[in-house]
Design a binder for this molecule. Structure first.
Ligand SMILES: Cc1cc2nc3c(=O)[nH]c(=O)nc-3n(C[C@H](O)[C@H](O)[C@H](O)COP(=O)(O)OP(=O)(O)OC[C@H]3O[C@@H](n4cnc5c(N)ncnc54)[C@H](O)[C@@H]3O)c2cc1C
Length: 486
């Protein structure tokens, strides 16, 4: 997940004034679409402001959305969000108060795959010289690209910038026989951007480095203990009673053409009408369904923003074994298939990049997927993934005794129509046409009243992508209704 941060501060949530003249009356029925962090934060805030008629429609049979903790051993495996970006934000505060932050995570993390961990390259040997030469070239690049953001052409992609630098590096090296090794290292290096930003680096505009902003001076990412986001999810749901949440209730249409908003579910039109609805469906869901979800149709500006802002994917695989087969001091296993090196290395070997033992359970290896890999792996059955992953370990670590995992735990984010991927980013097209998260966030006002409001990570201008952006945006829209602020 993203590990960035600079100076701007995000929207404060302290709105303690009395409601404004246009604010919604306390008994107004309000609907919320989605029980992820944005939906739950909106509901909780509305309830604490005195609104008593709040209904959340959630399509799945659980709350949390892209926060998806599942019980495992004596803790929770996080199939979705896992880390907290920075400290100056309410999610960090909540986690700190709940005592679920890892004790030793105050340091800026160093997850550079080039410097850390095993390089598993099969029948090839990557010499220390080659590794050093590549590391010396690549390691300063992220800082260089960050410093380029905010000046010059922001529509350039990270992939484009890298490709220019890489060509220069190759010609300086004057060792054409090493190209396949450097290409393999490039694949690994690329994955560190793509797993952070959930974007193909050829579509990841430089503008992200200017705009993404946690408000912290250092970019840092905090991990939590084995309860993690389960504890945070429970906490933010505290004052939202279960009778306010309609599970298994997928909204297929929001009709705001009349005085009251009508909600249609898959099961049919809801008899109850609402004075306002807060929509928190993911950008991935809106990309697929925005044109049928709203009556009348959304404005052209909003649709263009939905169509052109990026929504990509990362993937997480939790491989469960009876006992660890990796040595106790293993930090990271980086998979490095070098073209032409290892016999019988199938194309699926290149889907895998980085694995590490899970922090709180010795029998679980956690894998990260990026680029095109999440969609490719989501299309495979668990048995196929077990075979592919065991094969790649055996080939790349040259050890045929590595066992198959007994279980694979994962969620198929790319194929689920309720998500359509993992989180948003500013694509090259959006940087070019000026599409912004603010355009998605702008409420639809009818006859002087905000009728349809938008929250969710892809409506936060600075901390999009994150649970932080989702949470703040939910509270923002609740406050908007309370203050009549539109
Ligand atoms: C694998 C993964 C790893 C991540 N890692 C991190 C991380 O480490 N740190 C971090 O900060 N963030 C991370 N994120 C991103 C973070 O999880 C999200 O930004 C955040 O949880 C989004 O919350 P939300 O409320 O905006 O949307 P969601 O969580 O998507 O909630 C929207 C809800 O709406 C429901 N819904 C959608 N359509 C409809 C409909 N038509 N009718 C009814 N209900 C509907 C969905 O089922 C969902 O429950 C990660 C995400 C993923 C998937």
């Amino acid at each position: 997940m993203p590990k960035r941060g600079n100076q701007k501060s995000f929207i404060g949530d302290a709105m303690r004034q009395a409601g404004g003249a246009r604010s919604l009356p306390k008994n107004a029925p309000i609907a919320i679409v989605g029980a992820g962090f944005a939906g739950l934060a909106a509901a909780s805030r509305l309830i604490s402001l005195g609104y008593n008629d709040v209904t959340i429609f959630e399509a799945t049979n659980r709350t949390g959305g892209r926060v998806y903790p599942i019980a495992f051993a004596d803790g929770y495996i996080q199939l979705g969000a896992e880390y907290i970006n920075g400290r100056k934000n309410p999610i960090y505060e909540i986690a700190r108060n709940l005592n679920v932050l890892e004790a030793d995570n105050d340091e800026e993390e160093d997850d550079d795959p080039l410097e850390n961990g095993i390089l598993a390259a099969g029948d090839c040997t990557v010499s220390q010289n080659d590794r050093n030469a590549f590391t010396e070239f690549a390691s300063p690049l992220m800082d260089k690209y960050e410093s380029m953001a905010g000046q010059g052409d922001q529509t350039r992609s990270i992939g484009q910038l890298y490709s220019q630098d890489y060509q220069r590096f190759l010609s300086n090296q004057r060792a054409t026989d090493k190209k396949s090794v450097y290409d393999a290292l490039t694949r690994l290096y690329r994955s560190s951007y793509e797993a952070e930003w959930s974007a193909d680096w050829n579509d990841l505009s430089l503008l992200n480095y200017d705009q993404f902003d946690t408000g912290d001076s250092e970019s840092e990412e905090h991990s939590m203990n084995k309860m993690g986001y389960k504890a945070v999810l429970d906490f933010i749901s505290t004052n939202v009673s279960r009778d306010k949440i309609k599970l298994n209730s997928r909204v297929t249409n929001i009709d705001y053409s009349g005085n009251e908003v009508k909600i249609r579910l898959e099961s049919g039109l809801q008899p109850k009408t609402f004075q306002a609805v807060i929509v928190t469906a993911s950008l991935g869901h809106l990309k697929k369904f925005a044109r049928s979800l709203f009556t009348p149709q959304l404005s052209r500006t909003k649709l263009t923003a939905i169509d052109t802002l990026g929504f990509g994917s990362i993937g997480k695989l939790f491989l469960v074994y009876n006992q660890p087969w990796w040595s106790q001091n293993t930090e990271t296993i980086n998979i490095l298939p070098v073209d032409g090196c290892t016999t019988n290395s199938p194309a699926t070997d290149k889907l895998f990049t980085t694995f590490h033992p899970m922090a709180w359970n010795n029998n679980v290896l956690q894998g990260w997927l990026s680029g095109s890999a999440p969609a490719a792996i989501d299309a495979m059955s668990d048995d196929q993934v077990k075979t592919a992953v065991t094969g790649v370990f055996r080939r790349m670590l040259r050890n045929n005794t590595i066992p198959e995992p007994t279980r694979i735990l994962r969620n198929k984010w790319t194929t689920d129509p309720l998500f359509g991927g993992t989180y948003s980013y500013i694509s090259v097209a959006a940087a070019k046409n000026g599409a912004s998260f603010d355009q998605i966030a702008t409420p639809i006002v009818v006859n002087g009243q905000a009728k349809v409001l938008f929250a969710g990570e892809a409506t936060h201008p600075d901390v999009y992508q994150t649970t932080i952006g989702a949470y703040i945006s939910g509270r923002r829209e609740a406050d908007r209704l309370f203050l009549g602020n539109w």
